[in-house]
Design a protein around this ligand. Structure first.
Ligand SMILES: C[S@@+](CC[C@H](N)C(=O)[O-])C[C@H]1O[C@@H](n2cnc3c(N)ncnc32)[C@H](O)[C@@H]1O
Length: 276
């Protein structure tokens, strides 16, 4: 309903019976849910600009090493977590605040025989149930836009990383032109959207104790990717798409994000930091 504040972040990402609807959509698009391949799930479990390619690039940028213990904050259905588990045999913990995504993500991981390497945990990034220095890397992809208290967030991320551990970040940030057009993929009406500019985010993260290793403005390739992959209004898309999560809001949200990037209302960054 236009003008109605969103109930919550989890409410925005909840559509009901998601697990069953994903398996039905997999069958409808000709995939065998009993023998799932990573590429089968990419239209829905890589809920960020650039899809699987961006996940691969971020792993390289941050120097994620084989066998590492990784925390994926706001990891959703766990597409990136399964990528790190399969390619690098990392042990990945997905922490996410949306129960339906956590449940569906765990079921998908079981089906792909990755439940031993990828663990899902329901919880809020601002209140992390993990011991100090527990992880070799912390990963956030398109999830911090929903989090208002960024100082507390990055302090928590620093706390759970061991000295020498890496922070891998891929996020939407505020551009020089405001306001942002909503609905956007991460928030229907903007009440759960909290974007900082690149400069603000960068200095906040280093202010929380991190050392910057790489900072890349990937707005231009992100816009190109959106233009190639955006749904066309009125044309029915594949049964397996983010519409399963966002419903009818998906098409206006994606088209708005194309405009946001074109008009420099939002930008996209990929970055890597180290806990000294
Ligand atoms: C756009 S999705 C991205 C999911 C995943 N990182 C990916 O790239 O496919 C944003 C995710 O962040 C999660 N999220 C938002 N705020 C959170 C918080 N405070 N704590 C944990 N998860 C959060 C949402 O539940 C959602 O799964």
């Amino acid at each position: 309903v236009p003008g109605k504040p969103e109930r919550s972040v989890a409410g925005h990402y909840t559509s009901g019976n998601l697990t069953e609807r994903i398996f039905a959509a997999l069958r409808a698009s000709g995939c065998d849910p009993g023998r799932l391949r990573p590429e089968d799930l990419a239209p829905i479990d890589q809920f960020h600009t650039g899809g699987r390619r961006a996940t691969q690039e971020l792993a390289q940028l941050a120097g994620i090493r084989p066998g590492w213990q990784v925390l994926d904050v706001g990891g959703g259905l766990g597409g990136a977590a399964r990528f790190l588990a399969r390619k690098l045999r990392c042990q990945v913990t997905v922490l996410d605040v949306t129960p339906e995504l956590v449940e569906a993500g765990a079921r998908l991981s079981e089906r792909m025989d990755l439940a031993g390497l990828v663990h899902f945990r329901l919880g809020d990034a601002l209140d992390m149930p993990f011991a100090d220095a527990r992880f070799d890397a912390v990963w956030t992809q398109h999830s911090t836009m929903n989090i208002a208290d960024k100082r507390r967030l990055y302090q928590q991320l620093c706390r759970v990383l061991r000295p020498g551990g890496r922070l891998a970040l891929h996020e939407v940030v505020a551009g020089p032109v405001q306001p942002v057009h909503f609905p956007a993929p991460w928030s229907g009406d903007g009440s759960t959207s909290f974007l900082l500019s690149q400069a603000e985010l960068r200095s906040l993260i280093t202010g929380c104790g991190f050392r910057e290793l790489a900072w890349q403005d990937v707005t231009a390739p992100s816009l190109e990717w959106f233009k190639r992959t955006a749904p066309i209004p009125g044309v029915p898309g594949s049964p397996l798409s983010l519409k399963l999560i966002l419903g009818e809001q998906l098409v206006p949200a994606v088209l708005n994000q194309v405009r946001n990037l074109e008009e420099r209302r939002t930008e996209v960054v990929q970055a890597a930091f180290e806990r000294p």
